[in-house]
Design a protein around this ligand. Structure first.
Ligand code: GLU
Length: 327
């Protein structure tokens, strides 16, 4: 597929949305940046970027596609990948695969379901995945902490992201600290799971891992590239080796993105866009067109469901313009 044909599509999307980008964050119908994490509340809402990477490795981007942002829950995609690589099907003993139908940070369901999170993309599920990664890092040897305070899982996450992008990726320590200072619900979720015996490690270490993964700073270009294994049956985005996830695992990650990747809007997103997506409260969304390309859109103002308002509009425009959808 000739990637050059996508550049005009991305340019057109930015041009179409330009008037709405200028209004983002201003008034009821123009979205709001996440304010419950103080460091995110300061982000300028009037930014918009879009980038893609094809299966053949060609890239295109428009708008603020080189601007790094806080990837937040988009990181759950990559920690899930790492845990699936390391643990295979054993991962599912602790985590389900059903949409939750509850807010992403809800405690209610956990009580009824004895501390087993519904899926790896709600906060409880991602915290449980972080716990598995901490255990795996400990098992693979002490001393591999690389300056991350004895927490080898954080190094493993950085190593995966750098390998997928082909360039160094860093945590935004200010955002991580901001979450640590205010993430009372996440502290509650982790302790709740611990009380059910579903978290093996020290809660503080698990949360430190989780807060840092959410605080990864990446651009649309980097995220489209990092997630590109999902559009090519798990083959590494850069060197093409079949070493990120196998075909079967990749299918499963895409299925989870479609059913659970966009908070309580997953049904609507499947209906109106028809692509596996994972969003985050930083305003980023990664979307996959299997066997074709991976897209990343970013615009910090969120709609009422917690997804990027213009990010979702951009994906709708992209699908309408190209006809690319899994359905
Ligand atoms: N770090 C955020 C939290 O734990 C992630 C939320 C999100 O992006 O969905 O609340």
């Amino acid at each position: 597929m000739n990637p050059m044909k996508f550049q005009p599509v991305l340019d057109e999307i930015v041009a179409t949305l330009r008037p709405q980008i200028a209004q983002c964050g201003q008034g009821e119908h123009h979205g709001k940046v996440a304010s419950y994490i103080p460091a995110l509340a300061r982000v300028d809402a009037r930014q918009f970027g879009i980038a893609l990477r094809t299966c053949e490795g060609e890239e295109a981007g428009a708008g603020d596609f080189e601007t790094p942002f806080s990837i937040q829950s988009v990181s759950k995609l990559f920690t899930l990948t790492l845990a699936m690589q390391r643990m295979g099907d054993a991962l599912w003993e602790r985590i389900g695969r059903e949409p939750s139908g509850n807010p992403f940070n809800s405690l209610v369901q956990l009580e009824n379901e004895q501390g087993k999170p519904r899926n790896p993309f709600i906060n409880a599920g991602a915290i449980a995945v972080a716990d598995r990664l901490v255990s795996q890092a400990k098992a693979s040897g002490p001393g591999a902490d690389g300056g991350n305070g004895g927490n080898g899982a954080k190094d493993d996450i950085l190593a995966l992201m750098a390998s997928l992008c082909g360039e160094p990726i860093a945590f935004d320590d200010e955002v991580a600290q901001s979450e640590a200072d205010t993430g009372f619900r996440n502290v509650a979720l982790a302790n709740f799971m611990k009380s059910f015996g579903k978290i093996d490690n020290d809660v503080a270490t698990v949360l430190d891992t989780y807060f840092h993964q959410c605080a990864l700073r990446m651009s649309c270009r980097q995220l489209a590239r990092a997630a590109a294994f999902l559009c090519r049956d798990g083959a590494h985005p850069i060197d093409g080796q079949p070493d990120v996830t196998g075909e079967r695992q990749t299918r499963r990650i895409n299925a989870l993105m479609l059913t659970c990747g966009t908070y309580d809007a997953a049904g609507d997103v499947a209906f109106s866009i028809g692509l596996p997506c994972k969003s985050g409260v930083g305003g980023g969304i990664v979307a996959v067109v299997p066997d074709t390309l991976t897209l990343c859109v970013w615009s910090p103002a969120l709609d009422a469901t917690g997804n990027s308002l213009l990010g979702m509009k951009a994906l709708e425009l992209f699908v309408a313009r190209t006809g690319l959808s899994v359905f």
